[in-house]
Design a protein. Structure first.
Length: 69
């Protein structure tokens, strides 16, 4: 997996989308590292809601997800 920058950076964050995501699939998310949190949004609704996770919680999630692939 690689990441690539999103076209929309109007909020000042550098959003990254996984190379596994495509514009046709329903499972497209982007992440951005912000002060004190990792933000997650739907890549097809970039102006929509975002989730924010603490770095420790995000690290646990990524480790858990990596073990499941």
């Amino acid at each position: 997996m690689t990441t690539r920058p999103s076209a929309d950076t109007t909020d000042g964050l550098m959003w990254l989308k996984s190379s596994y995501s495509s514009n046709e699939g329903p499972d497209c998310v982007e992440i951005a590292d912000s002060t004190g949190a990792v933000r997650v949004r739907d890549s097809k609704n970039q102006q929509g809601p975002q989730l924010a996770f603490g770095r420790a919680e995000w690290s646990v999630f990524v480790s858990y997800a990596a073990d499941r692939t």
